[in-house]
Design a protein around this ligand. Structure first.
Ligand code: PMP
Length: 409
């Protein structure tokens, strides 16, 4: 059993939710890939902002507004440093990855894509990186093509290279697949895409909570992050964009302070990132996200990454011993989760039995129906880890799975 490292030893106590029980059992939370629990300091940051500091941003000259604006822009600096962006203006605050990819698809379709252009997505995408491209497909006259994967859940890089041509304008894929845990080789994929002049958009929903992200090293053009999966409040995330690309991108939504000048005949727009932040933003949530970034920095992303790998190895070994259990997603490079089926048992039935034991896991298609079709399964069970996950959680999961086997077989 791996030993919890020093930097994570008191972490669980910082998450108030673990003080409660579920069905009279201690909570074993193994659904961080869906959304993470929140540390007390993030909850306290929201409370303080709402009770003592609340005001709008960028819309008033009074003190509360000035202070809110300063805190909001400070969160932008933290987000920029979190992904190693060149400047804070490369960070656009949004609700999360879904909104970020919808923004990218609509904006690129309005400003850059031409009929006949191709957008490549991978076979292991979340629906959030498939459907937005389909929604703009007819408007922009583009084609969507799919980079295949093998049965371990790894992208076929030879096939990807063969698909690249001057017609490919966007390559959009996840850094870590939420249904498989695969870590994709983004740096290599980006270098190849740039060889044909394509823009690379990375869905970082599952990577940001576990891996150290360096957009300059990856050299990607757009990188989307959801705050609620990395210990921040729900309702806030961000899109990193290379500034020279953001400058070429059309607005996504209109209204509020995203304008330069408005006439009834036409309007002109602010520079990025404000051009993309129409309406009153999720102010408290963004400030809370800044606190979550500090929380992650204080632990250290290297320590988080190492603990994630230790948990992954332990879970893989522990669950392999369960008769009839098959992993779905066995890539060499993985992060954050194990997904599996158990012969003769429906994932939903297993998840209900686990829930009675206080174990929260996800059963379903994980918003990745094409992945389920590839592996010819209707659904999988997924146990995903966070900074508060301890090896005993995996032992409780394994015991619950044994119990489910006895009850259902
Ligand atoms: N992409 C991936 C890989 C995800 O795991 C998720 C969340 N399940 C999303 C996109 C969507 O993120 P959000 O719901 O925060 O917009």
């Amino acid at each position: 059993m791996p030993v919890v490292p020093e930097s994570l030893r008191d972490i669980r106590a910082q998450f108030p939710i673990f003080a409660r029980t579920v069905h009279d059992q201690p909570l074993v939370y193994l659904d961080t890939a869906a959304t993470s629990q929140k540390p007390a300091r993030v909850i306290e940051r929201l409370r303080k902002f709402y009770s003592d500091e609340y005001g709008t941003v960028r819309r008033g000259s009074y003190l509360l507004c000035q202070q809110s604006t300063a805190m909001f822009e400070c969160a932008r600096k933290k987000a920029a440093s979190f992904v190693n962006a060149e400047r804070p203006e490369e960070i656009v605050f949004l609700r999360g990855v879904t909104e970020a990819i919808n923004l990218a698809a609509v904006s690129l379709a309005r400003s850059i894509l031409k009929p006949g252009d191709e957008v490549l997505v991978s076979a292991m995408e979340h629906h959030a990186n498939i459907v937005p491209w389909q929604l703009v497909r007819d408007m922009a006259g583009i084609h969507i093509r799919v980079i295949p994967m093998n049965d371990k859940g790894e992208l076929c890089l030879d096939a990807y290279e063969a698909m690249l041509s001057e017609r490919v304008k966007v390559v959009a894929l996840n850094h870590v697949a939420n249904s498989l845990g695969t870590i994709n080789p983004i740096k290599q994929i980006t270098a190849l895409a740039h060889g044909v002049g394509a823009i690379v958009l990375v869905d970082g929903a599952q990577s940001a909570p576990h891996l150290k992200i360096d957009v300059r090293d990856l050299d990607c053009d757009l990188y989307a992050v959801s705050g609620h999966k990395m210990y921040g409040p729900s309702g806030a995330g961000f899109l990193y964009g290379r500034y020279s690309l953001l400058e070429r991108m059309a607005p996504y939504q209109g209204g509020g302070e995203m304008i330069d000048r408005v006439e009834f005949s036409e309007s002109t727009f602010e520079d990025p990132p404000y051009r993309f932040e129409a309406g009153t933003p999720p102010i408290a949530e963004v400030i809370g996200l800044g606190e979550a970034i500090d929380f992650l920095h204080d632990i250290g992303l290297e320590a988080i990454e190492a603990w994630d790998q230790a948990l992954l190895a332990y879970a893989t070994a522990r669950l392999s011993a369960i008769p009839g259990l098959r992993f779905v997603g066995e890539a060499e490079a993985r992060s954050g989760l194990v997904a599996f089926t158990i012969d003769g048992m429906h994932p939903f039935d297993v998840a209900s039995i686990l829930d009675r034991k206080g174990v929260a896991v996800r059963a379903g298609h994980h918003c990745a129906q094409p992945v389920m079709r590839h592996f010819d399964v209707p659904a999988t069970l997924r146990a995903s880890f966070g900074v508060y996950t301890v090896p005993e959680d995996i032992d409780t999961l394994a015991a619950g799975l044994e119990l489910a086997r006895d009850m259902l077989s």
